[in-house]
Design a protein around this ligand. Structure first.
Ligand code: AMP
Ligand code: ZN
Length: 483
């Protein structure tokens, strides 16, 4: 393996930077996690696939990784303004359920998707409601110099820190366009760090504070959890590109206030050295949005017969900073590619990995792989290097296994754990069982051996009527698929 230095794109400086850890030999990463008021859609999961590949790459480069992902179970409003309702409270009211049960249910659903996509467990999941006392302390510490109180809550005055909004390029781009209607705010961009419960109302989740009973603001939560667990400044903060506009600039402003430092010319004053953002997964029909009834959840893909790792592969076929358009055709192509990979790995399963010595047959692929991953996680190119390595013939199988294992540890497909059977998922709409299909195919084989083509054709037609395509001579060796 060549040893190229890892370069990452820092949204704060809008440039590629060689990664230099704050603590030598370590990498401390914070990822903004989901608001658990509903199922995550597959676009949300792209953010965690990205963060996972980042974490795997840091580990692969020999750094001791501490990755934290939070779970937002309070405080995230229905819009970025301060006047909206709390997403969690709103869902709890609409389902007439306890907010704590809602949070637990959707947290578990999120974790199921995390496992299905082979996203590694972070060192810690921080749950916002476990940190409310620390949030109040943090807010107390900055209140005098940086905040003011209104009837609806404690507000952060963004004019009290230098370079507010630099991450969003608010002064030069469109980022600033968010005037909203909280009377008495000093600046349009000021935001609530503590939201008081309106008189006469009760929230299911509320706490006492020096500013009255209420709940923390969403931005405060991430500042507190990241700083508490990783210590300021830490290395990398990640999230989806939408967070670059408001959530992260506000976190940065709070971090500056808390650390008593100003000015973002030194990125460390922002609380993290590097801020990274994945671009969006987009879908033309708009089905992805959580508010539109049926939306694109990972389970929907599985119900239609696509293995979840095909979606992981689809994500990695695009660079994380590019928009990715979802289509069923694209997902189908990714599934076929994954099947090919699993087929190519099959003969290596019985051998033991040899330590990867320099091997001329793999040198080019390994160099391509390293150069790609260290070039801001260029996974589309890294995948071609994996294909190249899988195609190497007439070579010691143990060496090949070691090379593939190394690449797979970074890309995260669990190629040696996956079987062809795993990848063949019955769509929910199919009624015939796998056992019935296999039995029919065995009868058909016998008929063909006996040259009884009438029976053989009849079995094939019968299967076809039940939605099963028989695939004689399939180059991948797949005998059937559900159409
Ligand atoms: P939320 O639960 O809304 O806070 O979102 C969880 C994560 O998903 C955040 O990092 C968002 O920035 C990210 N995200 C939301 N929509 C998409 C999308 N369509 N594609 C990629 N990431 C997204
Ligand atoms: Zn966050």
């Amino acid at each position: 393996m060549t040893d190229a230095p890892l370069k990452l794109f820092n949204s704060l400086t809008r440039s590629l930077e060689v990664f230099e850890p704050v603590h030598p030999g370590e990498a401390r990463v914070y990822t903004c996690g989901p608001t658990v008021y509903n199922y995550p859609h597959i676009g949300n999961m792209r953010a965690y696939v990205f963060a996972d590949v980042l974490g795997r790459t840091l580990s692969w480069k020999g750094l001791k990784l501490t990755h934290v992902i939070n779970i937002t179970d309070v405080g995230h409003l229905t819009d970025d303004a301060d006047a909206g309702e709390d997403k969690m409270e709103k869902m709890a009211a609409s389902q007439a359920q306890s907010i704590w049960d809602i949070a637990e249910h959707y947290k578990q659903a999120f974790w199921a998707d995390v496992r299905a996509l082979n996203i590694r467990q972070p060192a810690q999941w921080t749950v916002a409601t476990d940190y409310v006392a620390q949030m109040i302390d943090f807010a107390k510490g900055i209140a005098d110099k940086h905040c003011y109180e209104l009837e609806s809550g404690l507000y952060f005055d963004v004019s009290t820190v230098a370079d507010y909004g630099r991450l969003a390029r608010a002064n030069t781009e469109e980022g600033e366009g968010r005037i909203e209607a909280v009377e008495g705010k000093r600046n349009a961009a000021d935001f609530a760090i503590w939201r008081k419960t309106p008189p006469g109302e009760t929230r299911q989740m509320e706490w006492d504070s020096p500013w009255g009973r209420g709940a923390p603001g969403w931005h405060l939560e991430c500042s507190v959890m990241s700083g508490e667990v990783l210590g300021f400044p830490f290395d990398i903060h990640t999230g989806g590109i939408d967070h670059r506009e408001i959530h992260h600039p506000n976190e940065i402003a709070q971090n500056q206030a808390h650390c008593c430092t100003n000015g973002l010319d030194d990125p460390r004053n922002s609380g993290a050295k590097v801020w990274m953002h994945n671009n969006f997964l987009v879908e033309r029909s708009g089905k992805m949005s959580k508010s539109s009834g049926e939306f694109l959840r990972l389970q929907l893909l599985i119900d239609k017969g696509y293995h979840p790792l095909a979606y992981r592969l689809m994500c990695l076929q695009a660079h994380y900073r590019s928009e990715l358009e979802f289509s069923w055709e694209g997902l189908g192509a990714a599934l076929t590619r994954l099947k090919r990979m699993v087929m190519a790995v099959e003969p290596l399963k019985a051998v033991e990995a040899q330590p990867v010595a320099e091997h001329p047959k793999f040198a080019a692929a390994l160099t391509t792989f390293d150069e790609a991953m260290t070039d801001d996680l260029a996974t589309p190119v890294a995948l071609t290097a994996l294909d190249e390595a899988l195609a190497v013939k007439k070579v010691d199988a143990g060496v090949k296994r070691a090379v593939i294992e190394e690449m797979d540890a970074v890309l995260g497909f669990n190629l040696f754990g996956l079987t062809r059977a795993d990848l063949r998922i019955r769509p929910k709409s199919a009624t015939i069982t796998e056992g019935e299909i296999e039995a029919a195919l065995a009868r058909r084989k016998e008929a063909r051996a006996a040259k009884d083509f009438a029976t053989s054709d009849a079995i094939r037609d019968d299967l076809s009527a039940q939605g099963v395509d028989v695939m004689d001579g399939d180059p991948l060796g797949w005998e059937w698929k559900l159409s």
